[in-house]
Design a protein around this ligand. Structure first.
Ligand code: PBG
Length: 323
């Protein structure tokens, strides 16, 4: 027997040297929630994560910059919601306001990104506007997304995260941005986004009032091939970056997309993935830190260039202490 793979696993230094995948703070993006009001609020279903205020978010983004993260993805949590999600296109809406605060604070150090979707702003909780029969109206929603894109670009967002899964949304937003002189505002397309139970805690995080589900616009978890189709359509429409979401239950889709995409491929370790690790660790059932590193490393290994993860600051801190 002359082939002994264990030789390369013998010491920590050797294992480190032959590791095929590494985590770097620059490859991580931190999602942040910003609410109206004067007090940050902890989230029950995401222990350790806050709904920030426009004041408390300053410290969070400065820490993110100090830790060398790649960027932050902002989500707005408005007090008032309505049928068309007016707060999304209001210059003084919470997300646009928070974007201006964060850009002023760390705009040079971090790529400031914004969620472009209506669900945080609608009283029915859907990602688009509804037609007379209560169905999500694709093309009427695109008109809202166009306006939302311009409001976000005007507020200084550099990268718009299109997470609504409307058909044609990338082309519509690209056209709207270009028509207003925002040729340099980039588009992150949530291309293969699945109707997932793992978004559960996010509903609390953005105060969602959704009844029903998103199965008529987000993808069926059963479909792998369709993830490629959605990605191809977004590439044709001009997506600058494509994303697969959630991450851990969709590593096959992620690997497929990574194999074919000419543009960067990102993945989102979503709220439920975070909550599962936290809950198991709180019960003493898994080693929390190892589970965090293993989960994010596996997402990178499957092909993600960048990972959106609520663990971004903690991973960066740990890497700094024990590189
Ligand atoms: C839509 C959006 C969602 C998430 C990010 N953008 C919720 C959904 O599609 O239902 C989920 C993120 C997470 O669960 O961490 N605006």
């Amino acid at each position: 027997m002359n082939v002994r793979p264990r030789r390369l696993r013998a010491t920590p230094a050797m294992r480190r040297l032959v590791a095929e995948t590494r985590l770097n703070p620059a490859d991580l993006v931190l999602p942040l929630f910003v609410r109206e009001g004067s007090e940050p609020r902890p989230l029950n279903s995401m222990p350790g994560i806050l709904q920030h205020t426009t004041e408390s978010v300053r410290a969070a983004v400065n820490e993110a910059a100090d830790l060398g993260l790649g960027g932050v993805m902002l989500f707005g949590v408005p007090d008032a919601k309505d049928a068309v999600g007016s707060g999304a296109t209001d210059y003084d809406g919470i997300l646009n306001q928070a974007t201006r605060v964060v850009v002023a604070e760390v705009g040079d150090a971090l790529v400031v990104q914004t969620d472009l979707c209506l669900d945080e702003f609608t009283d029915h909780g859907h990602c688009g506007v509804l037609d007379a029969d209560g169905r999500v109206d694709n093309d009427a929603t695109l008109l809202r997304y166009r306006d939302m894109a311009i409001a976000q670009a005007e507020s200084g967002s550099e990268l718009l995260g299109l997470s609504g899964m409307m058909d044609g949304q990338v082309a519509a937003v690209r056209d709207a941005l270009d028509s207003q002189g925002f040729e340099n505002t980039a588009i992150l397309a949530y291309s293969a986004k699945y109707a997932s139970a793992f978004y559960g805690p996010f509903r609390e995080a953005v105060g969602s009032t959704l009844r029903g589900d998103r199965k008529t616009y987000q993808q069926d978890p059963a479909n792998r091939r369709e993830g490629l189709h959605e990605t191809m359509l977004d590439l044709e429409q001009g997506a600058d970056i494509v994303m697969v979401k959630p991450a851990m239950s969709y590593l096959d889709v992620l690997a497929d997309v990574a194999a074919m995409s000419p543009v960067p491929v990102w993945a989102y370790q979503v709220s439920g993935e975070y909550a599962m690790i936290e809950a198991a660790a709180a019960n003493g059932w898994i080693d929390r830190e190892r589970a965090i590193f293993e989960s994010v490393t596996s997402i990178r290994r499957a092909g993600a260039d960048v990972v959106l993860t609520y663990y971004a600051p903690e991973i960066a801190r740990t890497l700094r202490e024990q590189p």
